[in-house]
Design a protein around this ligand. Structure first.
Ligand code: PLP
Length: 461
């Protein structure tokens, strides 16, 4: 039987979706009584769904991805031209856009010099873990193999990276996990574990990492993996003093530092990378989402020459090189899109816009906090911000996650798509997440916060 498609009849698309698609992160029972959300078009910061409804997308494609906005013909053209000329060859060989983009990228990342391609954030992080395990095997007699990760951080969805997941609800039901992954405490001052504030709190939270290292034995720890600003774990900006102390600790115990820039990378916080706000010198940086703004699937693991050199020290040993492959982590369409994406960020001065619009967004959120007692804390940097909702400001008791979800639904009813921490931390899925495209205008920012204002009034009075 030939299936006939009528491009104007989206009711068929909705039925085909309902019949055949297993959506990410969705309890499908709900779709027995409601239609699946199908997004059919995007332009700038706005998207349209199958029913023709228009939304301002304040979460860049749902998950902090479409940094330069929708409908960019120059990226589509670059991808098309590359696909016609040379669509694919395994990444043991090079490609023209791969080399050119690596050069552009490393120009923004002083101190780092090598790019390893992959095709998702999870995969790029997994590459780092494999590199560290191989460094341990070859240079530390297998001893320095432990990987430290932080409570509330997330590094991806596959079993390997879920072993490094600081969000228990994401890992729950998917074990057993590989061994050698150890958690260090979070650094969210709003939910402080020590009776300290500001820089004293920041240094103490970093000292807690040192305590874990000493407990485990520094000779067994190979890597510390951190998000520069925790994303899905509640938009946690590190307190002052934190990163300086983290860097000292890594140097003291010869532990490699891996910054997961999958969310913050490519301008989200107003600098090319989140770590550059804090003067950190990482050994590994991974990136994905905004690298090509969702116009092609591409991720990368960037390392220092010191790390790279450890994989070519003994060419006579057939097992000395990094014995890893990724079929699609070398698709030439990825770097072709990434080159154009980076040009747009530069030509349109989107880093500068992100700083300015980020200040406006923070100002608006602070004003909402003054108005709505349910907002306990607002935090973030650039166009990456969150508002934590509490039932009681004094006790900081989180609001029920159903109420936080109701705020998201009400904002949607007002034409603005916002996010919320989602089934990640038991009892703490209460932070609204905002990450509009870096092209956002003052009017867009005001429209976002007006929708949240209306939604909070509707849900909490
Ligand atoms: N790292 C962080 C900080 C993330 O937020 C995510 C996804 O949200 C990932 C890694 C995983 O990226 P991907 O979904 O591309 O595998």
């Amino acid at each position: 039987m030939t299936i006939q498609h009528n491009p104007n009849d989206l009711s068929h698309v909705i039925e085909a979706d309902r019949a055949h698609i297993w959506h990410h992160l969705l309890q499908h029972k709900a779709l027995e009584t409601t239609d699946p959300r199908i997004i059919v078009e995007g332009k700038g910061i706005r998207v349209w769904d199958a029913a023709g409804r228009e939304f301002l997308d304040a979460v860049s494609g749902g998950v902090w991805t479409v940094n330069v906005g929708y409908g960019r013909e120059s990226i589509a053209d670059a991808v098309r031209d590359q696909l016609v000329k040379m669509n694919y060859f395994a990444a043991a060989a090079g490609s023209i856009p791969g080399s050119l983009f690596a050069e552009m990228l490393l120009d923004k990342m002083p101190g780092l010099s090598r790019v390893y391609w992959a095709n998702s954030g999870s995969e790029a992080n997994e590459k780092v873990f494999k590199m560290v395990r191989q460094i341990s095997a070859r240079h530390h007699k297998g001893l320095k193999s432990k990987i430290l990760y932080r409570e509330r951080d997330y590094h991806g969805t596959t079993i390997g990276v879920l072993a490094a997941c600081g969000q228990p609800q994401r890992a729950e039901q998917y074990g057993p996990f590989p061994t050698g992954f150890v958690e260090v405490p979070h650094c969210l001052e709003y939910r402080a574990q020590w009776d300290l504030t500001g820089e004293a709190y920041g240094r103490r939270a970093a000292d807690a990492i040192e305590e874990v290292i000493l407990r485990e034995g520094p000779e067994t720890v190979g890597l510390l993996c951190l998000e520069p600003i925790t994303a899905g774990g509640g938009v946690i900006t590190p307190p002052p003093g934190y990163w300086e102390r983290v860097q000292e600790i890594c140097a003291k115990y010869e532990i490699l530092l891996h910054i997961d820039e999958v969310v913050c990378g490519l301008g989200r916080t107003g600098t090319w990378f989140g770590y550059q706000n804090y003067g950190v010198k990482p050994d590994f940086v991974t990136m994905a989402k905004g690298l090509a703004s969702g116009y092609a699937a591409i991720s990368a693991c960037v390392t220092s020459e010191r790390v790279f050199e450890m994989f070519k020290d003994d060419p006579s040993d057939p097992m000395s090189y990094f014995r890893d492959i990724s079929t699609f982590g070398g698709c030439a369409a990825g770097p072709a899109a990434a080159i154009e994406n980076m040009r747009i960020i530069e030509n349109e001065k989107l880093l500068e816009n992100t700083v300015k619009m980020g200040e406006r967004l923070m100002g608006n959120l602070q004003a909402l906090k003054d108005k709505h007692a349910v907002i306990g804390d607002v935090r973030g940097l650039g166009l990456f911000q969150g508002a934590e909702l509490v039932a009681d400001r004094a006790t900081k008791e989180p609001v029920n996650e159903k109420l936080a979800a109701a705020v998201v639904a009400e904002a949607g009813a007002r034409g603005v798509i916002i996010g919320v921490t989602n089934r990640s931390l038991p009892g703490l899925n209460n932070t609204l997440c905002l990450s509009p495209a870096l092209i956002a205008t003052p009017d867009d920012i005001d429209e976002i916060t007006e929708a949240i204002d209306g939604a909070l009034t509707k849900v909490f009075g």
